[in-house]
Ligand binder design. Sequence first.
Ligand SMILES: N[C@@H](Cc1ccccc1)C(=O)O
Length: 502
Amino acid sequence: MLSDLSNNEFLVLKAISEGLSDPQSIAEKRQMKIEAARAAADLLAEQGLIQVDKSVNETFSLTDEGAAYVREGLPERRLLLSLGGGMHMSEVKDPALKIGLGWLRKKGWAAIEGGMIKPLKDADKGEDELILEALSDGVSSNPKWDEKALAALKSRGLVTSSKSKEWRYIITEAGSLAITKLEPKRSGTKNAVLDMPALTAEMIKSGEWQDDVDGLYLGYRGSVYRPRPYDVSLPADRIFPGKRHPYQRLIDNMREIMLEMGFVEIKGPIVQTSFWNFDALFQPQDHPAREMQDTFYLNSQGDIPDYARIKEMHECGGSVGSTGWGGCWSPEVARQEVLRTHTTGVTIKYLAEHPRPPVKAFGIDRVYRREAIDSTHTPEFEQLEGIVMDESVSFCHLLGILKEFYGKMGFEEVRFRPGYFPYTEPSVEPEVYIDGLGWVELGGAGVFRKEVTAPFGIDHPVLAWGLGVSRVAMLRLGLKDLRLLYQSDIEWLRQTPVSIKL
Ligand SMILES: N[C@@H](Cc1ccccc1)C(=O)O
């Protein structure tokens, strides 16, 4: 047990053995914080090496009135002095003296008969007067003071008191024994522990420290070193260095690949008008994806650009040989604001602002859909969106770019299945092969239809794709539950090594 004393415990125990008994003076002597001294003392008490007395200490002080009475005398004392052989009550005019009347009687210094006040005996100085004098001399408490007199002084408002808790440490027999055992026996030095030289690497190497202090302690400037055997085979504490979120690392990795491939990064707002999210992409206004069950609508309307050509394209196909969707296209519906359901709204807007080739842009951003939450669906997730527009790009280039991108991401086998999106023709769904899972769909891609590009004056083919980034994260990080990406699950974050290849 003794060999388990910490340095602080030893220092505090030693201070107590030398006669210090309160945390404040121990802390001062040992130059430690009072909290540290208390904590060490608590541990010593737990081991039975010291005893802790917790007492409540009451101290007293004079009020202004009390101080005035010390100078002038209590009213009853002054009244007594002014009585002479006796005096009628009506003759006591001074209100300061009148206060003394009741006390005069109570203290038995005078009797009152038929209105006459008669002094009874020589009035010795009372306990209360002695206490007042002591207080005025700077004494703040004394166990011998008469309780009743104190209480009376307090009730008269001449004295106030305050209570404080006090800890007193007393060394036990076991404690004294421990000190004698632990104290290094160095002849000729009174305070051996505190006079020791600093422990240096050389002293440890040469073994000199052992000769010096019986292998027990080495102290320097009030600190004590107690060499203990060091077991290098013990498991070390796990440490958790700060690191970037694995999902963020994956996203950054994807961003780097796109930048390396010569794309510029673009960004767009989360809240968009239905115009950019749907209409500009030739999604009919009665398309199921636009319904409330699928899309988060905001209770607000946004600005939309000149829509004549979009309206014409939706209603009758414009000048590109399309028939359009028919019906009546409503600008009110297009003004409805939504949380973007895909990042394709960001790229079409960028294209509308940059209708001349070449354009090679990408964005990685969060999108929102009204999904019921489960292990493979969350209402918010990330997409990587890309577009390429140039004079002679073709569907083949699209497949090549996607293959290249997936390859750089570490997916070696890629295939394309026919797909359908209202804004692309042809459309494909890229799939990658994962051991143990088979072919996994990873997004959508295609060449923008003329119905999409023509209203914005874009005359060249546009290759476009959108990939589910969280899907990729699931595959890369081996997650069974997509929700982990969006929760601060500290254990999972700790366990995901920084070295994981994303
Ligand atoms: N926007 C589509 C993906 C896509 C983008 C571009 C072209 C074709 C498809 C989606 O969210 O699934």
